[in-house]
Structure formats: C-alpha cells, structure tokens
Design a protein around this ligand. Structure first.
Ligand code: GUN
Length: 296
C-alpha cells in the first residue's frame, strides 16, 4: 500500500481561512475583534521564531496581536502582574506564555495564573480537568490539530484502536483524552512500554510524539493504519541539516493508509489551532455561537 499524504500545510491554510471568515463576521455583526496576547520571556531563538510566526498569522486572520517581550531576568512577581493585567483586559481573549520559561520561573504557577477562559494553550489545570472529564474546555493546539486531521480523514473514529507514543502534558496525554472522547480504544505508550513494536502493530491510528528522530520504523505499522507524526527533529545527514519526524517516513509510507509528512504535516496545524482557540475564546466571552468544526 502507498499511503495517502495528509497535507497539513493545506489543511492549516483552510483552518486559517475559516477563522478569518468568522473573525470578519464578528467584526461586522458585533464590532468585536478577537485579540491574542503572547508573552515571551528571554531570548530562546526557537521561541523567538515561533512568537514571530504567531504574531504574523494572528494579524493575517484579522485578529489583534499583542506581543510582550520581557527580559530573561524578569521576576515571577512582574510576570504574574502582567498576566493579571491581561486577564482583566477585555480586548484580550487569548493569552499564551511561550514555554520553556527561564529556570527561575515556576512554569506551573505561571500557567495556572492565566484565566482558564483565556488559556488558549489549554495548559491550565482547570482545562486539563475539564478535558479529562469530557466537559467544554480549551484544548491544547497540537493534539487538536491532530484530531481535526484524523476526523477529516476517517469521519468517525469510533471503535478504532489508537496508540499514542509519548506521555507529555502538551501532546501525549491530551491526545489520548481526545481520542477517548471520540470513542477510540486508546493505549498510551512510553519509554517503559514492553513490546512497543507489537503494541504499535495492533493500532489503526498511530500518533507519535516522543521527540526521537525516526524511532518508529515502517515494519511496526499495521497495513492501512493512519500515522500522525508530531515529531520535529533536526538531524544531520549526508553533511546536511534535515528535519525528520518520530516515524521513519519512507518505510512507514509503504504500509500506512495515510501519513503526515515532516515538515508540512502536524507542524503548521499548531498555530492554526491557536488562532481557532482564540476565536473560540472570543465567541464564548461574548456569548456568541462557537465556530463549527474548529473545536473538539
Ligand atoms: N513551546 C513550544 N510549543 C509551545 C506551545 O504550544 N505553547 C507554548 N505556550 N509554548 C510552547
């Protein structure tokens, strides 16, 4: 079998177009412009790239973007004061504090100081609990993007065997909750899992989110399975820098029914879903109907 390639770049462009459409309607009918505040502490180069990209795409869909760049030595008190200000600013519907934070800042404390209704990352403990109990929440962006692509490809996911490789709070755990919410039988595998190849071989859906370059070879993939590769790993091969996923793409594509490439798969969906979450937060804050197809 030669896998269908799931084009995340095109999918993300479509999500952004839907968001832009809804933003235009909100402005026209209600005079409301959704606003996203992004807080960056320090000068981590990868974080700077992400934040720039987020700001650009926020403006492109017609939302207001508020960037707060603080120096690496910012005290916890000052950061919490800024978050409090954003929590109370009616023009701000979404707040994202870029991670990782410098070591002297308590990440859990900072994230849990964001108003859960504005927590467009879905990392606040209230949102984690709401998602885990099947209640309306803000859903972490990367797993939401994976879910959208899976639903688009399969329609219903009900009864499918899914394995999530990786148990991070940002991807693995919320992904498992979302798949369970769509009535999959879910296995969460990790570094201590016994017989990982056999576990993966049983799965109709494989979501790989471990951050280890090409650790899933094609012969672990069940014929016809759908493979969602969340990994973005920079490696050197033949003297060149290359981005690869957690799945060995070439061999997996020979067995899978559908697969996301790296780059151009899950990656572009993360920011698209951040914009979707900001729109959702804005609609909820203003008692407007939520955008269809853009939430879990
Ligand atoms: N750093 C890397 N990915 C993310 C993300 O999705 N959200 C935040 N806040 N920080 C990140």
């Amino acid at each position: 079998m030669v896998a269908q390639v799931i084009d995340g770049k095109a999918f993300a462009a479509n999500v952004r177009a839907q968001v832009a459409d809804q933003v235009a309607k909100l402005k026209e009918e209600n005079g409301i412009t959704p606003g996203l505040a992004v807080v960056l502490v320090g000068e981590d180069p990868a974080s700077q790239v992400y934040v720039r990209s987020k700001g650009k795409q926020t403006v492109e869909v017609g939302m207001n973007s508020y960037e707060h760049k603080l120096d690496a030595e910012t005290s916890e008190e000052d950061l919490l004061a800024l978050i409090d200000k954003l929590n109370n600013d009616p023009a701000v519907h979404g707040i994202l504090v870029q991670l990782p934070l410098p070591k002297h800042l308590n990440e859990d404390l900072v994230i849990n100081s964001i108003d859960p209704a504005k927590d467009v990352d879905g990392f606040h403990i209230s949102n984690v609990g709401l998602l885990g109990t099947g209640q309306k929440s803000m859903v972490p962006c990367t797993p939401l993007g994976c879910l959208m692509m899976l639903r688009d490809h399969h329609g219903s996911l009900s009864g499918m065997d899914a394995v999530v490789i990786g148990r991070s709070n940002i991807v693995g755990k919320p992904m498992a909750q979302l798949l369970l919410g769509d009535s999959c039988t879910v296995t969460v595998a990790h570094s201590r899992t016994k017989d990982l190849p056999d576990v993966v071989r049983r799965a109709d859906i494989v979501v790989a989110a471990v951050g280890r370059p090409e650790m899933v070879p094609g012969d672990w993939i069940k014929e016809g399975a759908t493979v969602i590769d969340v990994g973005i790993n920079r490696i050197e091969r033949d003297g060149k820098n290359k981005l690869v996923g957690d799945v060995d793409y070439a061999s997996a594509a020979e067995r899978a029914g559908a697969i996301t490439p790296v780059p151009g798969g899950v990656g572009p969906m993360t920011i698209a879903c951040l914009l979707a979450n900001t729109l959702t937060a804005c609609c909820r804050a203003n008692s407007r109907p939520e955008p269809e197809g853009l939430t879990a």
